[in-house]
Design a protein around this ligand. Sequence first.
Ligand code: ZN
Length: 486
Amino acid sequence: MSYTPTIGLEIHAELKTKTKMFCACKNETEKKVSPNVNVCPICMGHPGTLPVANEEAMKKIIKVGIALGSKIPDQAFFYRKNYFYPDLPKGYQITSQESPFAIGGSIQAGDKKIRINHVHLEEDTGKLQHVSESNSSLIDFNRAGVPLMELVTEADISSGEEAKEFCQKLRLILCYLEVSDAEMEKGQMRCEVNVSISQSEKLGTKVEVKNLNSFKAVEKAINYEIKRQKEVLEDGKKVIQETRGWDETTGKTMSQRKKEEAHDYRYLKDPDLPMIDIKNNFNLEKIKADIIELPEQREKRYKEEFSLKKENVGLLVQNKELGDYFEQIVSELKAWLESSGGGPEQKATKLAANYVVSELQKMLVASKTQIGECKITPENFAELIKMIIKKEISSSGAQELLKEMFKTGGDPSQIVEAKDLKQVSGGDEMEKFVDETIKNNSKSVEDYKNGKQNALQFLVGQTMKASKGKANPGEIIKILKKKIVN
Ligand SMILES: [Zn+2]
């Protein structure tokens, strides 16, 4: 008999802010800084200190809520969630879980709308580092008190694939909103999943899986857990309500602690933090207006306005910085086309997309460079596209030019001059290259005369080679045909 999996997610993401959630310490989790430098009496929980809620963090979480289609309540409160752990200096965590900043909303994953229960704001904990050689633990409080958003979904998900897609979509939205870098590998985004399976309307026993620090791990852990629970039930046993950890090396979930009952955190409204009057203190219309474009909108625009290929759209939407770079090239090209009396804009845009997605991306990956560190300015990149359109360089010349630009960041016209890459078209020189090819490849010439189309391609290739990539392939074909047939 088949079982229906029911899955819910709890996703944490560190917000990108100048300072921590309740004090003026720097929020530098993305940088490598010495341990325990961004600390003060407030985030260390010294007696007599007073927290002040970070306005930037609150604006950012409201922005997330608006983008997800959530309802933003008129008020929010901060609570103390009491528990002891060495990475929590105050002995409690301040959280708005009981009174979130955003309620409801959804994200589309596949053909399913995954509903969101709420998004709340809280503070992160410090980081423990266990040192096995000395059998001790070290603690770094730089992260303690950093603003953290937590998003809780409804249990609408039914497979590992769906969960992975949800997480990827959320990550991209957070990047587009510029509220978080949300890199799972760096711990800026962390995921917990709740999995149960059942054969009836009544839900099965829920198992929580933690330590998921990649999208793949989310997918694999869920699929493993569904399989494991099925085997337990088919053995006639019961699934135990517990927290399990994901072990990447074995590809299995392992029992961490049994949950006999829900924890009692003794939530209480933090008496040091006043009610947050969202309605009167935050301009929701302005926050909404700051949301320039979301991934889905960009995808639609690239398909409809630019008529780009599906694969090109995919990469330029997934990689926001690369997409931004591409748009800068496009605006340069647009200005050029307008000033030069206009031309087929889509052709230039498509060509630019092809060069960015295939050629440039290949070089970035091979050299492990981020687009932000790329030496080619969008202006120079647009210059290269213009040269191709004006037939000043051939496509093989363009590749060589791009390689050089990538290496040196140099000016394209200077490189073309220095490396003698200007395309040869028409005139005696082209005829000379073609004559040479015909003379040296009489077998292929015969083959072409006997109807073998491949032979012509070969001859074009030989001529291109003879011209060192400077000849125009279209013209070569014309001259070759003319000469061979006559
Ligand atoms: Zn502090």
